[in-house]
Design a protein around this ligand. Structure first.
Ligand SMILES: [Zn+2]
Ligand SMILES: [Zn+2]
Length: 194
């Protein structure tokens, strides 16, 4: 930033790696705090301030919305923000007003020669985070009956019949009945052969 003149039109591109800020996540996926975020930003002096146009690659870690397996990926985001020169502010703009403006996400000011890219980066990443991240596009999810990941269990995985646990005892009884029936039949065959 310091090399950038205030003459409108002068520009500067910087490439650097910054640590990811905290609390940048949705329910299932987010950017690990402190993770390396490669960043390229072009700073352009315009009449009222500095226009920052950036591209960042945010690493992501979370879990698959279907099978809950841990997953990692990354998302490339672009952002643009105008930072106004401080002297353009009115005197009545105290710290409180400035904070409100920043909360509203509308107006940013240069802090001396420095500008804070984090809010713009944060906004861009939150918009780019998937609501339902998947470990792979065709993730089959979990078995509705036993909860096993179907990707691991294979296509042959199935359960013969859905058994309501309240009926399980009855099914056991009827299986025993079948066994006795078969025993008798086996005995009958023995008799015939003898
Ligand atoms: Zn999955
Ligand atoms: Zn199953």
């Amino acid at each position: 930033m310091r090399q950038l003149g205030r003459q409108a039109g002068s520009a500067l591109t910087q490439t650097r790696t910054v640590p990811a800020p905290d609390d940048l996540r949705l329910e299932l996926i987010g950017v690990p705090a402190g993770a390396d975020v490669p960043l390229e930003v072009r700073f352009e002096a315009v009449s009222e301030g500095v226009l920052a146009t950036g591209t960042a690659i945010a690493p992501l870690a979370g879990e698959c919305a279907r099978c809950l397996a841990p997953l990692t990926s990354s998302v490339t985001v672009g952002f643009q923000e105008l930072y106004l020169y401080a002297e353009g502010r009115h005197d009545k703009h105290d710290k409180h007003d400035k904070q409100e403006e920043q909360d509203a996400g509308e107006i940013y000011h240069l802090d001396g020669d420095l500008l804070d890219l984090e809010p713009a980066f944060r906004d861009a990443v939150v918009l780019a985070l998937p609501m339902s991240p998947l470990c792979r596009d065709d993730c089959p999810g979990l078995c509705a009956e036993c909860g096993a990941p179907l990707a691991d269990a294979g296509p042959g995985h199935r359960h013969d019949a859905a058994v309501d646990p309240r009926w399980a005892a009855l099914q056991q009884l009827s299986e025993q009945g079948n066994d006795e029936h078969q025993d008798r039949r086996a005995g009958a065959i023995d008799l015939q052969e003898g």
